[in-house]
Design a protein around this ligand. Structure first.
Ligand code: AMP
Length: 122
């Protein structure tokens, strides 16, 4: 696993060095609208700690950070009234996963029928 890059764009957003369209913040998570939305609702949720990926987060974050983060994800989905119609949570990870920003994040996608999970099968 690559070491955490303190200059990745989400680290800069967390430090307040560049702006974001914030939708939620608590002690464990910051959430903001994706700059290039792929659905009517497309929110990114990032942990406050410096973790490269879900692999790094799961291996090295505390139980409190992990539970706080995933509770925030669920709270945001509920605040956006997504559970009734359904929604999708994605964590792109590493090269094969197409992860562009090396600070762990999940995408919350919803607001419409999202179709098949993958457009390209193995
Ligand atoms: P991923 O491929 O999972 O790493 O996704 C990174 C996501 O970050 C993409 O959906 C981008 O559109 C989004 N993104 C990149 N820069 C910003 C930014 N400054 N504010 C909001 N979203 C961003």
């Amino acid at each position: 696993m690559s070491p955490y890059d303190e200059n990745n764009i989400f680290a800069k957003i967390l430090r307040g060095e560049i702006p974001c369209d914030k939708v939620y913040e608590d002690d464990y998570a910051l959430a903001f609208n994706d700059i290039s939305p792929q659905a009517p609702v497309h929110i990114l949720v990032i942990p406050k700690g410096s973790y490269v990926s879900i692999d790094d987060f799961g291996a090295n974050a505390s139980d409190g950070e992990i539970s706080g983060f995933y509770r925030a994800v669920a709270n945001i989905a509920r605040e956006k009234q997504l559970p009734d119609g359904g929604f999708r949570v994605i964590a792109n990870t590493g090269l094969n996963g197409g992860q562009e920003v090396p600070h762990f994040h999940v995408h919350i996608l919803g607001g419409t029928a999202l179709g098949p999970m993958l457009t390209k099968a193995a």
